[in-house]
Design a protein around this ligand. Structure first.
Ligand SMILES: O=C(O)C1=C[C@@H](OP(=O)(O)O)[C@@H](O)[C@H](O)C1
Ligand SMILES: C=C(OP(=O)(O)O)C(=O)O
Length: 406
């Protein structure tokens, strides 16, 4: 399927955002470890949380987590502690996303995990049992999901966990999110610079309410930055959020979008006042880098983005995908070194309508949709948004776009 997008002349509307899949998948796992006796509210309804919910029912021993990185990593640790033999598999892309560091770490503290195909990658055969725990050292620069996975099972292990992180620790807000949510479920941790200690202790059931998703909010901010007369309300966002991607408020202020918080929503509108160059290190907010690359090009704001090394191993190689798709609408962006993306303002001619490929990556579809405000584009495989935001296109229509399926 393909969607041809025709923009409205101004953006107006109230968007009922999806809730965060990151928070949801942690809440589901933690609630399960706490005995599932109290209800969770506002669990996100999307592909990544559906697979997590199904897996935690434990009524199948072969589990296909599709494209959900959180589910793959968190469940590898979880099933290592659950009696039985489990197979964890996923999409073709998931079989290319690394998991070696996590598997080696779990095996070092007593787990029995083997590779069923390629060494270092899913699918995994996990023989679950009670784990010893103890001391572990892990590189912090591949995926914070490995760290979150180990932390969540840590209090259930006989010796708990004393985790030393080597080198740079990427995506740190997600580790804080994990520890903060563990605290809500009654578990205390100590984190000092490169060292996290969790003693053996019980999880306590709690009723937990999931926040709306700041990563999803970024696409609406991008659109507001592009349309001078925009005025939108995004429901369910909190200013004081545990999501690192709430950084969009500050960053989009630089691109001419002002945010005003009410108790249960944020009202965003264009100010027209923007900077002329954006330099930012996305190491703590990798999921919003695509939104900013697309928005800056469309606003004619050259940029230098750093901290993007992890983008290569996400749903697709996001660096390559961004370069290819932005070129289709005339923007020549470069990656002069690993983890860096730059645009110096160079443009070239292109054919319209441009057909934008989405590479099985929800964020390619949603970030490039912003480009429809300036260029004639068609989005290929728009259904990929179901990974985190199944209602995205309904919301796009709601703010005034015309969507024609092709
Ligand atoms: O823990 C999480 O919920 C996530 C951590 C990040 O991954 P990395 O730690 O691999 O960067 C992020 O990109 C992903 O969307 C969700
Ligand atoms: C990278 C992402 O997800 P995951 O790693 O959980 O598949 C994402 O949603 O951008």
């Amino acid at each position: 399927m393909m969607y041809a997008l025709t923009p409205p002349t101004r953006l107006r509307g109230t968007i009922d955002l999806p809730t965060s899949k990151s928070i949801s998948n942690r809440a589901l796992l933690l609630s399960s470890l706490a005995g599932n006796t109290l209800p969770l509210s506002k669990i996100a309804t999307c592909d990544d949380t559906t697979v997590m919910q199904k897996a935690l029912q434990k009524d199948h021993h072969t589990i296909d987590i599709g494209a959900a990185g959180t589910a793959m990593r968190f469940l590898s640790a979880y099933f290592a502690t659950q009696e039985g033999v489990w197979t964890l598999t996923g999409s073709a892309r998931m079989k290319q996303r690394p998991i070696r560091l996590l598997v080696e770490a779990l095996n070092a503290i007593g787990a029995d995990i083997r590779y069923l195909e390629k060494t270092g990658f899913p699918p995994l055969k996990i023989t679950g049992k009670a784990l010893q725990g103890g001391n572990l050292t892990l590189e912090g620069n591949v995926s914070s999901q490995f760290i979150s996975a180990l932390l969540m099972i840590a209090p259930t292990m006989q010796q708990g966990l004393s985790l030393t992180l080597n080198g740079e620790i990427i995506s740190q807000p997600y580790i804080h999110m994990t520890l903060k949510m563990m605290e809500s479920f009654g578990v205390k941790a100590e984190w000092e610079t490169q060292h996290i200690i969790i003693k053996p202790q019980p999880y306590h059931p709690t009723s937990f309410v999931v926040e709306s998703d700041w990563s999803a909010a970024s696409y609406w901010y991008g659109m507001a930055a592009l349309m001078p007369d925009s005025d939108m309300t995004l429901i369910g966002l909190q200013k004081d959020s545990m999501q690192g991607d709430s950084k969009v408020v500050e960053l989009f202020q630089l691109l001419g979008v002002h945010s005003e918080f009410t108790e249960h929503s944020v009202h965003i509108f264009s100010t027209g006042e923007k900077i002329t160059f954006l330099s930012y290190d996305f190491v703590n907010q990798p999921d919003i880098a695509q939104t900013f690359a697309v928005t800056c090009c469309l606003l004619d704001i050259p940029f230098r983005f750093e901290g993007l090394k992890s983008l290569i191993i996400k749903e697709t190689n996001r660096i390559a995908a961004l370069k290819a798709e932005l070129l289709k609408i005339g923007y020549i962006i470069n990656d002069p070194e690993e983890g860096v993306l730059e645009w110096n303002g160079t443009k070239t001619s292109f054919n319209v309508p441009a057909v934008i490929e989405t590479y099985d990556d929800h964020r390619m579809a949603m970030s490039l949709a912003i480009a429809a405000l300036k260029h004639q584009i068609i989005i290929a495989h728009p259904e990929v948004v179901s990974k985190s935001y199944p209602n995205f296109w309904k919301d796009v229509e709601q703010v005034g776009f015309l969507i024609q399926p092709k």
